[in-house]
Design a protein around this ligand. Structure first.
Ligand SMILES: *[C@@H]1O[C@H](CO)[C@@H](O)[C@H](O)[C@H]1NC(C)=O
Ligand SMILES: *[C@@H]1O[C@H](CO)[C@@H](O)[C@H](O)[C@H]1NC(C)=O
Ligand SMILES: *[C@@H]1O[C@H](CO)[C@@H](O)[C@H](O)[C@H]1NC(C)=O
Length: 338
């Protein structure tokens, strides 16, 4: 055990991984191999500037399925639990959870919760946020298909939003009460950070099944990409939405936010929150029967807004130039992913 611990701490302390969602029914539980790897973080590698196939479901992870019979269970009207962590070794999936902590890394970090943190960007673990309030939110999505290689963008519907995450390791997603049954589906986690680190995002997949569904449950509507709508709830896409693709190769990104600044003065970051029309919790308006014609929105006002000097709006077509400018702005973006 001491030997394992030394390997573990060396592996994990050396770098700050990005965050992935872990469960025994995930693709890439052992990383990019079928041998047992109690510590590995392949699936926590952030996704940046990739083609669709290299991005979607975390690229090659599509070829490393969970063992037969393992499923992430989605009990309708209940919760599905995932573990947010930068490495498998920091979850209950290795060594009976000996190194699993309150936060997604090796420590409990009381300073992040007890008011003593100075609200600078947190890099250990690499949460890409200054505090829980600013954490951009993560999602669980489902496709009613069983072959991961057959799942397309328009098959996958976001069913649950967990606001202010990633933050603590244990993450519980509310499952819509009307979700139709599925014995063998593909689910995915996704996260688009709100700055505080390098530009990138993450997505990883699970084999999942929906339990307790009503026989007459409605079908999911065909999902469409979310749109930027900060401060303009009437512009938000209502109803079933796709996984948002951002910071990948330009032709696959799904949200057009070039030259838009968000209310806090940073360049727009299309996270899973009210800025792109995602409300917290189970997404209950995603069905063919949902009435999404109303223009009033239940979206709460943006808790991420913070008073800070606004950058003067400028036209920078090139994202790299945007990022360089941000690097020189207030020291907010100086943390790297690794
Ligand atoms: C993104 O990828 C393309 C094609 O692979 C490459 O030409 C380009 O330099 C990359 N851009 C960045 C910013 O890494
Ligand atoms: C918060 O936690 C940190 C780290 O354990 C500790 O040093 C600090 O005294 C705590 N502050 C409060 C107000 O409890
Ligand atoms: C979170 O961090 C931001 C950025 O540093 C700060 O403006 C805000 O007041 C913090 N929020 C809380 C609840 O501490």
């Amino acid at each position: 055990m001491l030997h394992n611990f030394l390997i573990l701490t060396t592996a994990i302390l050396a770098v700050d991984a990005h965050i992935a969602a872990w469960h025994k029914a995930m693709f890439c539980l052992n990383g990019l191999t079928n041998e047992e790897q109690l510590t590995n973080r392949d699936v926590a590698e952030p996704l940046y500037n990739l083609s669709f196939d290299d991005f979607w479901m975390h690229g090659k992870c599509k070829d490393y399925p969970p063992p037969d019979g393992e499923y992430l269970e989605l009990p309708v009207g209940g919760k599905a639990q995932l573990e947010h962590a930068g490495d498998r070794g920091l979850t209950t999936l290795s060594w009976d959870g000996k190194f699993a902590n309150l936060f997604p890394d090796k420590d409990d970090h009381p300073e992040y919760d007890n008011g003593s943190w100075d609200n600078s960007c947190i890099s250990a673990p690499n949460l890409h946020t200054e505090n829980a309030t600013r954490a951009s939110g993560t999602v669980l999505a489902i496709a009613y298909k069983s072959d991961i290689h057959d799942v397309k963008q328009e098959d996958m519907v976001v069913i649950s939003v967990l606001p202010n995450t990633p933050w603590h390791r244990v993450a519980e997603y509310d499952i819509p009460a009307d979700l139709p049954a599925c014995d063998d589906c593909i689910c995915a986690f996704s996260w688009i950070p709100n700055h505080c680190g390098q530009a990138n995002m993450n997505m990883n997949a699970f084999r999942c099944r929906v339990t307790g569904a009503r026989p007459d449950a409605p079908k999911l509507a065909k999902p469409v990409p979310a749109k930027w709508c900060e401060g303009k709830p009437d512009d938000c896409v209502k109803g079933a939405k796709q996984i948002t693709i951002y910071h990948q190769q330009p032709e696959i990104n799904t949200v057009d936010i070039d030259n838009i600044q968000q209310a806090d003065g940073h360049w727009a970051s299309p996270g899973y929150n009210e800025k792109t029309g995602f409300y917290p919790g189970a997404q209950n308006d995603i069905f063919e029967t949902s009435d999404n014609s109303g223009s009033s929105s239940s979206a709460p006002s943006d808790p991420n807004q913070m008073p800070m000097c606004n950058l003067k709006a400028r036209s920078f077509k090139n994202h790299r130039r945007q990022r360089r400018r941000l690097l020189s702005f207030g020291g907010f973006h100086l943390y790297a992913d690794r």
